[in-house]
Design a protein around this ligand. Structure first.
Ligand SMILES: N[C@@H](CCC(=O)N[C@@H](CS)C(=O)NCC(=O)O)C(=O)O
Length: 205
């Protein structure tokens, strides 16, 4: 295995999901921290040398750079039991991971970012205008997961997969985003199931 470096902001769920995947497959990661609150991922050096998109996480694999959290997780999990062998189950796992990036993370993670890191009093007019939609869409995302977990223990293929890791990362921080998980008991039970998996590591680890 080539040397692996995770360029990250440790508190980010997108970075945590890569550390969690690495823990599950037994891969060691060197960690390099960038303070996104100080714009460290927007410096000319970062843009030229790490990610032209100005964001973490980036997984460095030897001398190659792989931005986008779910792509980095997929690289780490390749060939492991986290990836369903069945063709439909594999695609269904990807379905949840794409859904996470479009319907879940932009609402639940962004509300956490606003409340915990920026502060609701410090939002720009544009950010403030988007808040009701992010709350509504975050609740809808949790409703969809609740409906799924009423009938399933895991997201795809009837067993623990990479989709569960990628969705766990920000779902377990929902309360910090203002989403009261008491409203979603099946989601809460799934969170406990994922946290109980052997090799699980916490966001703070
Ligand atoms: N789709 C990307 C999202 C990356 C992202 O939004 N990163 C945020 C932190 S979670 C960031 O780097 N923000 C700093 C900035 O935009 O300047 C992924 O999944 O990796």
């Amino acid at each position: 295995m080539p040397a692996l470096i995770l360029h990250e902001y440790a508190a980010s769920g997108n970075c945590y999901k890569i550390r969690l995947t690495a823990a599950h497959v037994g891969a060691g990661l060197e960690r390099r921290e960038y303070d996104i609150m100080k714009g460290e991922t927007r410096s000319p050096a970062f843009l030229a040398g790490v990610n032209a998109n100005g964001r973490i996480p980036v997984l460095q694999i030897g001398d190659r750079l792989l931005p986008e959290s779910n792509a980095a997780c997929a690289w780490l999990a390749h060939g492991s039991a986290l990836i369903p062998a069945d063709r439909f189950d594999h695609a269904d796992m990807l379905r949840w991971m794409f859904w996470e990036q479009y319907n879940h993370e932009p609402n639940i993670a962004t509300m956490r970012f606003y409340r915990v890191y920026v502060g609701m009093d410090n939002l720009s007019d544009e950010q403030r205008a988007g808040v009701p939609g992010r709350i509504r869409n975050g609740e809808a995302a949790l409703d969809l997961m609740e409906e799924h977990f009423a009938a399933h223990d895991f997201l795809a293929g009837g067993r623990f997969s990479l989709a569960d890791i990628c969705l766990y990362a920000y779902t377990h921080t929902s309360r910090e985003g203002g989403f009261d998980l008491d409203r979603w008991p099946a989601v809460t039970r799934w969170l406990a199931r994922i946290a109980g998996e052997p090799r699980h590591v916490a966001l703070e680890d």
